[in-house]
Design a protein. Structure first.
Lengths: 94, 248
C-alpha cells in the first residue's frame, strides 16, 4: 500500500436502533478493505452491530475560524433550552 | 493413539501451524491495519486449534492440550505442508491463506454435520470465522491480481509456487476413509468440485491463471514435512521445553 492510501472515517452502531457513532479512522484502498479494516480495528471486543465507513474527504466540516459566528449566538438565548418546564417523573432520556 | 485422536490432530495441527506462521506477521505487516487483520486471523485459528487439541486431550485422558502443542516432535505433526511454508512476501502469505481458507470453509461445513457432537460444534463455531478469513484473503487475491502489472506478476508466481501443495487437501488414506464411513469425518473427494468452483471464480475476478495440474506434494498424513516445520517448532516449543514448569 502506498503512503497516499485513502483515509476513511469509521462509525459504529453499538445496538440496533441507536445512532452510528464516530470512533476513528482507517487507511484503505477501496470500500471493502475499509470495511474490513474497520471491523478488525474497532470491533474486536464486541463493540458493534453495524459499521459505516465514509471517505474522509466526503466529510464537510466547519472550521475553527467560523466558531464565533456559528455557535456564539446561541449563548444568550436561554429560552431555546427546555429548562422552564417541569420534567414529568416518568420521562427518561430527555 | 485412537483413530479419532489422530483424525482430530490432523485438523488441529493445520490450524495451529498456519496460525503460528500468521503470527510472525505481527508488527511486520505492510500497514497497521493489515498487521492487525493478520494477527486477528492468526488468533482465530489458534482458538480453533486450541478447541480441537483440548478435545483430543480429553479423549486421551493422559496428556494436556499444551503437551500436544508443545511436546510433540515434527514427525508427530500432521498439518498440511502448505501451512508450514514460509510467509515470503505479502502476496505469498495471501495466496497460502486463500488456498487454505477456501478449503477449510468447505471442510468445516461438512464437518459440522459430523456424528461426533463436539467436532460438529467446533466446526459450526469455526465456520463464521473462516468465512471472514476467506473474504479477507480472496479480496486481496483479486486486488493484487487485478492491480498493477507488478502485483499481478507477483501473485501469479506465488500461486504457481504454492499450487503443488494443494493436492494434500483431497488425499484420503485409510483413516480418512474409515472416519468418513462412520460419518464422523469428511469425504474429501466430495469437496474437490466445490473447491474448484470457489477458487476458479476468484482467479477469474483476479485475472490470474489457475496453474496446470502437476505432481502434488504428499506426506503430511504420515508425519512427513518440509524442512520448515522443524524451524517453526524450535521457536514455538522453545519456552515450554526449556522451562517445563513455566507459568504465565
Amino acid at each position: 500500500m502506498n503512503k497516499a492510501a485513502t483515509i476513511w472515517e469509521v462509525f459504529i452502531q453499538s445496538k440496533n436502533g441507536l445512532a452510528h457513532k464516530h470512533v476513528g479512522n482507517v487507511h484503505a484502498e477501496d470500500k471493502e478493505m475499509a470495511l474490513q479494516n474497520a471491523r478488525d480495528l474497532y470491533t474486536r471486543r464486541n463493540e458493534g452491530s453495524c459499521i459505516w465507513v465514509v471517505k474522509s474527504e466526503h466529510i464537510v466540516s466547519s472550521v475553527p475560524e467560523d466558531s464565533e459566528s456559528f455557535f456564539d449566538p446561541a449563548n444568550d438565548k436561554v429560552y431555546r433550552h427546555p429548562t422552564f418546564y417541569k420534567m414529568p417523573d416518568g420521562a427518561k432520556h430527555i | 493413539m485412537l483413530d479419532l485422536e489422530k483424525y482430530i490432530l490432523r485438523i488441529a495441527d493445520s490450524a495451529l501451524i498456519i496460525s503460528h506462521r500468521l503470527s510472525e506477521w505481527c508488527s511486520k505487516g505492510p500497514t497497521l491495519e493489515e498487521d492487525i487483520a493478520l494477527s486477528n486471523i492468526s488468533l482465530d485459528l489458534l482458538g480453533q486449534a486450541n478447541s480441537l487439541l483440548e478435545y483430543c486431550a480429553s479423549i486421551n485422558g493422559k496428556i494436556s492440550a499444551d503437551d500436544l502443542a508443545f511436546r510433540r516432535n515434527g514427525k508427530e505433526f500432521y498439518n498440511f505442508q502448505i501451512c508450514e511454508l514460509e510467509n515470503g512476501h505479502f502476496g505469498d502469505t495471501i495466496i497460502r491463506q486463500f488456498l487454505f481458507d477456501s478449503y477449510t470453509l468447505l471442510f468445516f461445513q461438512k464437518l459440522s454435520q459430523s456424528k461426533d457432537e463436539t467436532l460438529s460444534a467446533i466446526a459450526t463455531k469455526s465456520i463464521k470465522e473462516i468465512k471472514y478469513h476467506l473474504r479477507h484473503s480472496s479480496n486481496w487475491v483479486i486486488r493484487l491480481g487485478d492491480g498493477t502489472s507488478l502485483s499481478k506478476e507477483k501473485i501469479q508466481n506465488s500461486l504457481n509456487n504454492f499450487w503443488k501443495f494443494t493436492g494434500e487437501f483431497f488425499e484420503m488414506d485409510e483413516l480418512d476413509k474409515k472416519m468418513a464411513e462412520c460419518k464422523i469425518g469428511v469425504d474429501l473427494y466430495k469437496l474437490k468440485n466445490e473447491w474448484d468452483n470457489i477458487i476458479n471464480a476468484t482467479f477469474e475476478k483476479a485475472k490470474i491463471q489457475r496453474p496446470d495440474d502437476c505432481v502434488m506434494i504428499t506426506g503430511s498424513k504420515k508425519g512427513v514435512h518440509t524442512e520448515h516445520l522443524e524451524k517453526i517448532l524450535s521457536k514455538m516449543q522453545y519456552l515450554p521445553r526449556a522451562y517445563p514448569d513455566a507459568k504465565w
